[in-house]
Design a protein around this ligand. Sequence first.
Ligand SMILES: NC(=O)c1ccc[n+]([C@@H]2O[C@H](COP(=O)([O-])OP(=O)(O)OC[C@H]3O[C@@H](n4cnc5c(N)ncnc54)[C@H](O)[C@@H]3O)[C@@H](O)[C@H]2O)c1
Length: 278
Amino acid sequence: MRGLSGKSVLITGAGRRGGLGEGIARRFIEEGANVMVADLDRPQGDHFPEHGVPAQSEMEAVVAELGALGPGQVASVVCDVRDEANVEHAVAATVSRFGGLDVLVNNAGIGYLMSPIVETELSNWEVVMGVNLTGTFLATKHAGRQMIAQGRGGRIINISSQGGKSGFPHAGAYVSSKHGVIGFTRTAAIEFGPHNITVNAVCPNHVTTGLGSWQNEYFSNLLGQTLEEYMSGMIGRIPMGRNGLPSDIAATCAFLASEDGAYISGDALNVSGGEETH
Ligand SMILES: NC(=O)c1ccc[n+]([C@@H]2O[C@H](COP(=O)([O-])OP(=O)(O)OC[C@H]3O[C@@H](n4cnc5c(N)ncnc54)[C@H](O)[C@@H]3O)[C@@H](O)[C@H]2O)c1
C-alpha cells in the first residue's frame, strides 16, 4: 500500500483477540504504520460482560503480539469511547507517542445487547448508541481537531456494518446506531473535505470474531437451529460462499488510508462478498 509507512494510526476497540480491530492493527503495522490500540481493558457490569470486552491480560497479550510483528510500532491506551475526556486523552497519547495523528479507525462497538424492540431496556439502547454512535462522534471530533491543526490531511474510517444498510431482528439499537454512523460519515466528509481529510464507513457482513460468535449462538438459538444449520444458511446467502475475515476488513481500511484512497470520501463501502449490494 502506498503511503502508509510511518503514519500514526489510532484504532478504537482493538484490544480483543481475533477482533476486527486487531486485524486492522495487524495490517497497518505490517505496512509500517505506528498504531495506538485504544480499548476498555476489563469487563464492567451487565453492559460490558466478559464475553464482550477483553481482560487486561488479553489486551496486554494482543498488544505484545502486535508489537512483535513490525515494522510499525504499537502502543496502547485504556479508553471508554463514550467518555470525552478518555477520548481526548487517547488522541493526545497517540500524538505524543507517534508525533501526530494521520488515521483514525472508529472500530469500537457492541452488538450483544439484543432484544425485541418491545422488550428493549432504555439503558441497553443508550449503551449501544453510546459506544457505536456517540463514541464515533467523540473520536472524530478530537481526531478531526488534531488533523485540522496539523494541516497535513488525514483519514477517518468508521466501522459500520451490514446493519448500517439493512434491518435485523432483535437488533434495533445496533442497526439504528450503525445507520447513524453512515449519516455521521456523510456529514463529516463534507466538513473535513476542505482539510484534505477523507471520511468513510466500512460495512462488513458477518465475521466470526468474539462478537460474531456470540451473535451466531444467539441467532441460531432464536431460530431453533443448530449452529451448523445456522452457519450453513448464512453462507448460502453470500454469493462468494464464505464469511468475511478480519483481513478482508483490514485490507479495505488499509486501501482507504493509503495514497490510492485519496479521492474516496463520504462513502459506505460494503465488504460482504456480494451479500449487501446497496
Ligand atoms: N463481527 C462482525 O460480524 C461485524 C460485522 C459488522 C460490523 N462489525 C463491527 O466491527 C466492530 C468490531 O467488532 P468485532 O466483531 O471485532 O467485535 P469485538 O468484540 O472483537 O470488538 C469490539 C471491541 O470494542 C470494544 N469496546 C466495547 N465497548 C467499548 C467502549 N465503551 N470503549 C472502547 N472500546 C469498547 C470491545 O472491548 C472490543 O475490543 C464493531 O463496531 C462491530 O459492530 C462487526
